[in-house]
Ligand binder design. Sequence first.
Ligand code: ZN
Length: 163
Amino acid sequence: MSVLPLVFYPDARLAQPCTAIGDEDLSDLIADMFDTMYAAPGRGLAGPQVGVMKRVFVMDCTWKEGTKTPLAFLNPEIIAASTNEDTQDEGCLSIPGVMVPVVRPTEITVRWKDAHGTVQEQSFDGFEARCIQHEMDHLDGRVTLDHLSEVARADILKGYVAP
Ligand code: ZN
């Protein structure tokens, strides 16, 4: 298990869509992604953020409050989303120090394969719903900044220097 180097905006890999996962064994990669996410420290981490262009992300929305709920998502799909939306500022480990207001549905239903290859389906709301949508954006080559107009994006990036 090891902490992987992070990919930072504007690295081109953060703008590339990822490929679907087949039968390959990703258990070592997933363990490393959790190590990397906890070390960062963050609550979600997607493949492209460590240079892996595959449809995988890890998430743990509660560990900072003292209870670990690690979840690994392979080939995730949003199969339903609420019409109700809200706007929250989102940070991203790949764009350190930059908070971007993003509008998203408040409740989603997701189908995915877990680390053991078992298909899961579950509804999420609140911070978890937002985190999942943020990480799934990464799998489609989108970052928080892509939710902004060009003017707003240039403004919010003033003073940003990639680490
Ligand atoms: Zn991110």
